[in-house]
Write a protein that binds this ligand. Structure first.
Ligand code: UDP
Ligand code: MG
Length: 322
């Protein structure tokens, strides 16, 4: 059995002025509960990462950290998106905690599931995935698209835990290992299983957002799916190669047919089939170029090695070596 860990709850926040005052107290209440039951060290804290919000989110974070030193705030110099903000928080806190729990700030993920996550950590697990047991509060559309999303990822060779978003516990060792992944195209759900270590899942019900609005419309979900697949798998390029092979074999048959027709003196007919074949091949080639282009773009961004985030402010003194 491990000793009660210093926990850091890492929460990315983007334009969350409505929801933060409602949910912030729930996180410290959960810490009180964990410390009270002897499962967490009293030095446990909450790290709020302001992802370049344009509203009063940062002022609220500063206010919280003045009232209660368990709240720490750091601000990114501009909006970098959920995945970057979350990783910035995880990399920042790994020096000052034994394990980090990442969660969204809108109260959709059941905060009380942290108890079970910490129990699993105390039993020796280094990575604990929070998995949604039901999606009853989501619309039928969101449920269907989310299911399609996981299916597509799986079929493209991206290993990720079904119905797990970014609510998870990671022990210090796993965080250190994650810090060695230098890619700029981030898809944490697919990267964490690659980190390995002993892992398990805990199940919880997903609620409605407590206030404010979702920042993940369908367009961003599609972008996340494309990023997830192209940054973790080359299967789409391989599929293009296979498609090319199948089309080449099929066209061999067509060539034989054309020669036979020619020998029979019937070469004028067949305009429709020719046009259809040209259009079809044009479409396949454009699509294939697009997929390859997506990878070329990824390579381009990776070779630049730009910083994935820049921290502009902190509400506490910290080591700055990530
Ligand atoms: N978020 C962020 N940067 C962004 C978009 C979102 O840090 O550019 C945060 C947001 O504040 C929230 C979490 O990511 O804590 C998840 O976002 P949201 O609740 O809007 O997504 P949904 O739960 O609807 O998928
Ligand atoms: Mg949400």
């Amino acid at each position: 059995m491990r000793k009660p860990p210093v926990i850091c709850i890492v929460i990315p926040c983007y334009n969350e002025q409505e929801v933060l005052p409602v949910t912030s107290g729930l996180f410290t209440a959960e810490l009180d509960e964990l410390v009270g039951s002897g499962r967490a060290d009293p030095a446990s804290h909450v790290l709020l990462v302001n992802d370049g919000s344009r509203d009063r989110t940062w002022e609220i974070i500063e206010g919280l950290s003045e009232q209660d030193p368990r709240f720490r705030g750091m601000s990114l110099s501009r909006n970098r998106g959920h995945q970057n903000a979350l990783l910035a928080g995880l990399m920042e806190c790994r020096h000052s905690c034994d394990c980090a729990i990442s969660i969204d700030c809108d109260g959709q993920d059941d905060i009380s599931a942290m108890g079970e996550m910490v129990d699993a950590y105390l039993d020796g697990c280094d990575v604990v995935y929070g998995v949604r047991s039901s999606r009853e509060t989501d619309t039928a559309f969101k449920r269907a698209t989310a299911q399609g999303f996981y299916r597509l990822l799986g079929s493209m060779g991206v290993e990720c835990v079904y119905n797990h978003a970014d609510y998870r516990l990671m022990a210090k060792d796993a965080l250190e290992a994650l810090s060695r992944f230098g890619e700029v195209n981030l898809f944490l759900r697919g990267m964490v299983p690659l980190v390995g270590f002993k892992s398990t899942s805990v199940y919880y019900e997903r609620h409605e957002r407590m206030a404010g609005q979702s920042h993940y419309p369908l367009s961003k979900m599609v972008a996340l799916a494309v990023d997830g697949i192209t940054s973790l798998s080359v299967r789409p390029i391989r599929l293009i190669a296979w498609t090319g092979l199948v089309v080449a074999l099929a066209s061999l048959v067509a060539i034989v047919w054309v020669l036979v027709r020619h020998a029979m003196g019937a070469t004028v007919t067949g305009w429709a089939s020719t046009t259809a074949a040209v259009c079809f091949m044009g479409g396949v080639q454009m699509l294939s170029l697009g997929v390859i282009g997506e990878y070329v773009g990824k390579v381009y961004m990776e070779t630049k090695r730009r910083p994935r985030w820049i921290i502009s402010k902190r509400t506490w003194e910290s080591r700055d070596d990530n």
